[in-house]
Design a protein around this ligand. Structure first.
Ligand SMILES: Cc1ncc(C[n+]2csc(CCOP(=O)(O)OP(=O)(O)O)c2C)c(N)n1
Ligand SMILES: [Mg+2]
Length: 318
């Protein structure tokens, strides 16, 4: 088994509710931009103004916001079906993303990718669970050879951690010392199946079986998380040691649009851990104006994008 480099960095701590530290303005506006973007999507679906599907990251916005400033433009980010927050934290482009989802001019991928299949610069997402791990490992191999110092970051969920391709990728990533950062957003559920009903053992145990580093984060405090994540990212980037960072997080919204199967008491527990309410309670004077500004901004963007002509896609070989 390879050398496990888990203990070289401090794991993230648990922030008791109400104890969230004051955020920088940019982090708070990023969090709220994502929150209001996602709420607007659900509203647009309810009004019949969107078709297809979507999976919002409500409750999980803080994960990419904490991580993004630690990533460089040369790093690749591989996202999944629940990827709007990942994209917005990296590119801050609500116009392009909404246009993509609505199939309007200015769409990131001419409206053919929709909510789940995006490609912009070194950011890619897929709705096929587990697909991105081998691709990210392959890109990490390329980066190691051609652009040392850059890394591949891949976001996956707890349910997706059951896909076989994840383990083939992990095996080679550790064996070949690839600069691969695996971000597991463990929200305790996969569609309608709780993690405890589908996962034997733990993500930590599985990481250790391959000799990959594992770090567990339970906080929803962006400042605290970033401090904990920085040395992990550095370990991947500078020493080419694959690391798994597991966020114990909460899906505040439904799996997709109206399909939340969790009982009321579970939902109450989930809501009690929502960073949005915790931050509003801890720093009301900071929260309120930014919340209003981002809500208003997203409303304006939705209005403006909906009025655009439909996007057009030209096949490359036409
Ligand atoms: C290969 C594959 N199988 C099944 C699905 C259908 N599907 C979409 S999301 C999802 C659950 C994913 O759960 P998890 O990885 O925990 O992510 P979460 O939705 O909780 O963020 C499933 C089964 C899929 N998109 N791809
Ligand atoms: Mg999940």
């Amino acid at each position: 088994m390879g050398e496990v480099l888990t203990d070289e960095v401090e794991p993230g701590g648990l922030a008791p509710p109400g104890a969230l530290t004051r955020l920088g303005d940019d982090d708070l506006s990023a969090l709220l931009l994502i929150r209001h973007f996602e709420l607007k999507l659900l509203e647009l679906f309810d009004r019949g103004e969107l078709s297809g599907t979507t999976h919002t990251c409500l409750g999980q916005e803080y994960v990419p916001v904490a991580l993004s400033p630690l990533l460089d433009p040369a790093d690749y980010v591989f996202s999944n079906h629940r990827g709007h927050g990942h994209y917005l934290a990296r590119h801050r482009d609500p116009h392009g993303l909404l246009a993509e989802i609505m199939g309007r001019e200015g769409a990131i991928c001419a409206g053919v990718g929709g909510s789940q299949h995006l490609h912009r610069d070194r950011y890619l997402s897929t709705g096929v669970q587990g697909e991105s791990m081998p691709v990210a490992a392959g890109v990490a191999l390329h980066l190691k050879r051609v652009e040392p110092g850059a890394l591949a970051c891949v976001y996956i969920g707890d349910g997706t951690f059951g896909e076989g391709a994840v383990y083939e990728a992990l095996n080679l990533a550790v064996l070949w010392r690839l600069p691969l950062l695996v971000v597991v957003e463990n929200n305790g559920i996969a569609q309608s199946t709780s993690t405890e009903r589908q996962m034997a053992g733990t993500i930590r145990g599985r990481a250790e079986a391959f000799g990959a580093g594992h770090h567990s984060f339970t906080s929803v405090d962006v400042n605290e998380l970033r401090t904990g994540l920085a040395p992990v990212v550095d370990l991947v980037r500078r020493r080419q040691r694959p690391q798994i960072v597991e966020f114990h997080t909460h899906r505040v919204g439904p799996h997709s649009k109206g399909d939340d199967t969790r009982p009321a008491h579970v939902l109450r527990g989930v809501k009690a851990n929502d960073w949005y309410d915790l931050y509003a309670a801890a720093h009301p004077e900071h929260f309120a104006p930014s919340d209003a500004a981002q809500r208003e901004l997203i409303a304006l963007i939705a209005h403006e994008v909906a009025a655009r002509p439909l996007s057009r896609w030209e096949p490359p070989c036409a």
